[in-house]
Design a protein around this ligand. Structure first.
Ligand code: 13P
Ligand code: SF4
Length: 330
């Protein structure tokens, strides 16, 4: 059976060392306790995306997918939000809650897919399609959101597209998510040609091989995977959708087509089931940058604060608010 990268402790430690940039590695348990004390002192909530390192997920107040985390960020009464994820996620929190201080512990944690479309690109595409609404995946910059009509995440994309009264829709930036939505949405759709480098690396042959080695296993994947991979899936959903699916399925072995951080909670919540990553390449280097040391330093110094200029923020907020009124697909 294929051994997931996450089970290789040496690789994991190597990854952690490189993300420490020469800083000494501190005692993990002591550091976790110190962070929890600091969170209380600062009236802060710690949010972590489902792809974060295990040790980050372990001490976060809330873990979740992009949709759940933006909802939590909008609703939390805390003064400070420490967002362990990538830049567009913290930016969305800053857009939704301008009165709060939003910290991204690693300012260099970006999302390459979000950088694949600029405001200038989008202006040109809109000019070609007057009157066609733009659906922006949350994996976009605030400036791109400000030019869009409504946001979506992987958890509500089909419902968001179907909620629009227009017959045609232009979706950005992920060609794979857009293609997946176009399979069921009752709309004429066009889209931008962006993609997630991590999910795009997963090959159909790797999934087929994992299925052959594990007869009876089911395959669940994220809609950011290539359509050829999606075709092989028993279920396609957001990262949080995978937790629900894993609990519900009667299969004992589940092949998982998304970033390896998902395994932490899948294994914790389903100790009797076996989870397999079909490829060693399912690691998002940006999601893995944040170490406990970064959270501790950012909170101690109250640094790495994400802000959005007010003219952009108010427009981007309207785009996010429209999305938050639409229910989840799953
Ligand atoms: P989710 O919204 O499904 O958590 O996905 C976020 C993401 O960046 C996937 O690559
Ligand atoms: Fe961006 Fe892909 Fe990383 Fe998600 S997994 S943050 S889409 S690069």
């Amino acid at each position: 059976m294929y051994a997931a990268v996450t089970s290789d402790e040496d690789n994991k430690a190597d990854g952690l060392f490189s993300s420490l940039n020469g800083r000494p590695m501190k005692d993990r348990e002591k550091l976790k306790k110190e962070i929890r004390v600091l969170l209380k002192e600062r009236d802060a909530i710690m949010l972590a995306h489902n792809y974060q390192r295990d040790e980050i997920q372990e001490i976060a107040d809330v873990t979740g997918d992009s949709l759940a985390l933006s909802q939590t960020a909008a609703e939390s009464p805390k003064k400070v939000i420490v967002f362990c994820g990538v830049h567009f996620m913290a930016e969305s929190a800053a857009i939704l809650s301008p009165q709060k201080t939003v910290i991204l512990p690693r300012m260099d944690a970006g999302c390459p897919m979000a950088e694949m479309i600029t405001p200038e690109d989008l202006i040109k595409e809109k000019e070609k399609r007057p009157g066609v609404p733009v659906v922006a995946y949350v994996n976009t910059s605030a400036a791109v959101k400000a030019l869009s009509d409504i946001c979506c995440t992987s958890a509500n994309a089909v419902s968001v597209v179907n909620s629009l009264p227009e017959e045609s829709v232009y979706m950005i930036p992920d060609k794979n998510l857009s293609h997946y939505v176009s399979l069921t949405a009752k709309k004429k759709m066009e889209w931008w040609n962006g993609f997630c480098p991590t999910h795009e690396r997963l090959r159909p042959a790797e999934v087929i091989k994992a299925k052959e080695k594990n007869p009876g296993a089911v395959f669940v994947c994220h809609p950011e995977c290539n359509p050829e991979v999606v075709k092989l899936a028993d279920h396609v959903c957001s990262t949080s959708g995978m937790y629900k699916y894993a609990k519900k399925t009667e299969a004992r072995t589940i092949i998982v087509g998304t970033e390896e951080g998902i395994l932490y909670k899948l294994r914790k919540e389903n100790p009797d089931k076996n989870f397999i990553l079909p490829s060693r390449s399912l690691i998002c280097p940006n999601m893995k940058l944040t170490a406990l040391e970064d959270v501790f330093e950012a909170l101690t110094e109250m640094k790495n604060i994400v802000t959005v200029p007010e003219d952009v923020r108010s427009k981007a907020k309207a785009t996010l608010d429209r999305m938050l009124k639409v229910p989840r697909d799953f």
